[in-house]
Design a binder for this molecule. Structure first.
Ligand SMILES: Nc1nc(=O)c2ncn([C@@H]3O[C@H](COP(=O)(O)OP(=O)(O)O[C@H]4O[C@H](CO)[C@@H](O)[C@H](O)[C@H]4O)[C@@H](O)[C@H]3O)c2[nH]1
Ligand SMILES: [Mg+2]
Length: 211
């Protein structure tokens, strides 16, 4: 996953299927204003708990946007970045299983497919419970994300996961103690808020009583 050998930036092609930039104009309190924003896909994220192993099932992956964000926070610019000083590992995240809504299928069906493709568990949609729906990137995209919860067992395991096509995704099992320590210590390196919120929701609503 961290075997990234060269990184560079270029302008965004106008036909990107993932990100479309706009400037929105509006009049508020009689004053004309504008806001620069991005149209991106809505998405689903799934809190997965394997009750056979008593483990939360998360995914690790190299995130170009996070690599870029870490470097510009630390260095101020992405110019002349070298992989020695800034290894690709600084752009690796721990996240909930998640995926973009880019097909004409129901949201829960897309969640079902992501659970199978990324984590290898084959579950029917009836076992996937909606947790909450919220907006991410409120200053930049306002995209919708629906969060789900699904309890799985070793009997549901159909493949080793890892994603489809050229995705490189590592499935990570966290014990409940490990997940709790991560939250308590704030040692959340690079996890998005959706993952942290999903773990907190799990401890508030689903974790076995002794934890
Ligand atoms: N985004 C993008 N840009 C490209 O240029 C780009 N080029 C290729 N791709 C391909 O698109 C697919 C995207 O993968 P997923 O459907 O699994 O979606 P996620 O990347 O997991 O993103 C979700 O979950 C995140 C965690 O909650 C949230 O933050 C996101 O908002 C949310 O969408 C992969 O096959 C990837 O190779 C790009 N994808
Ligand atoms: Mg994904």
């Amino acid at each position: 996953m961290e075997n990234v050998s060269k990184i560079w930036l270029g302008p965004l092609p106008a036909d990107s299927p993932y990100v479309k930039p706009f400037r929105m104009y509006y009049i508020q309190n009689g004053v004309e204003k504008n806001w620069d924003l991005l149209k991106v896909h809505d998405s689903v994220a799934i809190i997965l708990y394997n009750s056979s192993r008593q483990k939360l099932v998360l995914v690790r992956q190299f995130r170009p946007a996070v690599y870029h964000g870490v470097i510009t926070s630390e260095k101020g610019t992405f110019d002349s970045v070298d992989l020695q000083s800034f290894p690709p590992s600084i752009g690796v995240t721990l996240e909930l299983c998640a995926g973009i809504v880019d097909k004409s299928k129901s949201w829960v069906e897309i969640a079902r497919e992501e659970v199978l493709e990324e984590c290898g568990y084959d579950v029917p949609v009836e076992r996937i419970e909606e947790v909450m729906v919220y907006r991410s990137g409120v200053g930049s995209s306002g995209a919708k994300q629906a969060m789900y919860y699904c309890e799985v067992s070793d009997a549901d395991k159909a493949n080793s996961g890892g994603g489809v096509d050229d995705e490189i995704i590592e499935v990570v099992e966290l014990s409940l103690d490990e997940a709790k320590r991560m939250l308590q210590k704030g040692a959340v390196n690079n996890s998005p808020p959706s993952c942290l919120m999903g773990l907190l929701w799990f401890f508030a609503n689903k974790a076995p009583a002794a934890v």
